[in-house]
Design a protein around this ligand. Sequence first.
Ligand code: HEM
Length: 481
Amino acid sequence: MTITSDDSTKELPLKSIPGGYGFSLLGPIKDRLEYFYFQGQDEFFTKRMCKFQSTIFRANMPPGPFISPNSKVIVLLDAVSFPVLFDTSKVEKRNLLDGTYMPSTSLTGGYRVCAYLDPSEPNHGKLKSFFLSVLASKKNNFIPLFRNCLSELFTNVEDQIFDKKEAKFNSLSDDMSFQFVFELLSDQKPSDLKLTSDGPALFDKWLLFQLSPLMTLGLPKFLSLLEDLLLHTFMLPPFLAKSSYKRLYEAFNSSAASVLDEAERCGIQRDEACHNLIFLAGFNAYGGMKVLFPSLIKWVGQAGEVLHRQLADEIRTVVKDEGGVTLASLEKMSLTKSVVYEALRIEPPVPFQYGKAKEDLVVRNHDAKFEIKKGEMIFGYQPFATKDPMVFENPEEFVGHRFVGDGEKLLKYVYWSNGFETENPTANNKQCPAKDLVVLVSRLMLVELFLRYDTYRVEFGKVGLGSSVTIKSLTKATTVQ
Ligand code: HEM
């Protein structure tokens, strides 16, 4: 393992932050076109990191004009400087969930929902505590409910392979995630039967109106400028998403009555709680799973048959010895746990984090210190921080066993939840309150997969903000469970 140099006692030179922003309007537009079309996301950062010989530099982050009032950021690309973004005593997180712009609150009933609040705002603590207690109260449902949803998912995958020789995993996974999240929060199946089939599309449309400035549709090159004009130059008009959102509101308002009653007991107005619940279900949970599950299936699929055999052996042995799939049995699956962490490390589902300096700060990377002024926007590109070659050996490689045994020490460098994997979400920080649930459902996905199948093959590409995955074949389990 490479030795990290994050020893804060080490004396480092103070350097000024390299890079710049170019002319107003032109600089941000040039950076945006390079980011989306001429260089691409990763190359945009790699090129500048090499040019400035620094993991910390200045650049504009998309979307820029005319959506972001100010697109100037200080980019952080290493494992040492990145965590300054978790320290809410040093950075303000107000209205920064999507970066340098904030979607209209008319998409969330006129409310600034929890994820847009800074912990210094009293409403953040109130809402986050409520979410943490809702999740705690549903804890016993997680495993049985998610396994039911997975069972339906794999039946659908098999049916599609039977009919069409391949299964489009993303849409089947989205249907499953919607079902899981809705049932978890409402304690019932979507009451309006049409919502079961329409639900994912309703959320997708509503998400598009919030996230279009960060997306590309992967159109042919000659359409790039048109796409840039449509998605990245002006916000899509929110009123076009109104009818979809109304249906979601009505469904959650009637089906999640017990959660909303509890919100009122916690001093949160029912209407505000319902809009927050939709955001939690649709943006945080469904939106997160929309990226997470295809990514997990892609990386494990690509890793090949040897890893598949090892996972199947571990999972089947533990389930047999422990008499079932329980929290305790999952805890004993060290390879399965490691594989999930490795997928979250190599491709964190939420790759961007932002924070505005609350005061003048000094931030360090492996080889220097840099001054950041109060009010400057700090931006961390997480896939580089969690592939920092000073921390992770062969960082670009998917190493299933990376976090087994002694490798567990590296978990503190896994940042997917907007916090250290070794720490926990609280009402005072901005770490994902569903951190443990997300890890749990990812493990369950692998458990269910390798209880049923020995191996599988995938093809993949890019879509929206994540990977598109097609399952080409599934080989049924040959050993008895
Ligand atoms: C499935 C994959 C998920 C991923 C990858 C994910 C990731 C994240 C990340 C990175 C943040 C911090 C955003 C920021 O401020 O920069 C966050 C916040 C949040 N997440 Fe998750 N999340 C997931 C699922 C969920 C689920 C299932 C729930 C709830 C059921 C949830 C609820 C929230 C909430 C409420 C916040 C805002 C926390 C705050 O404001 O303090 N997330 N999530």
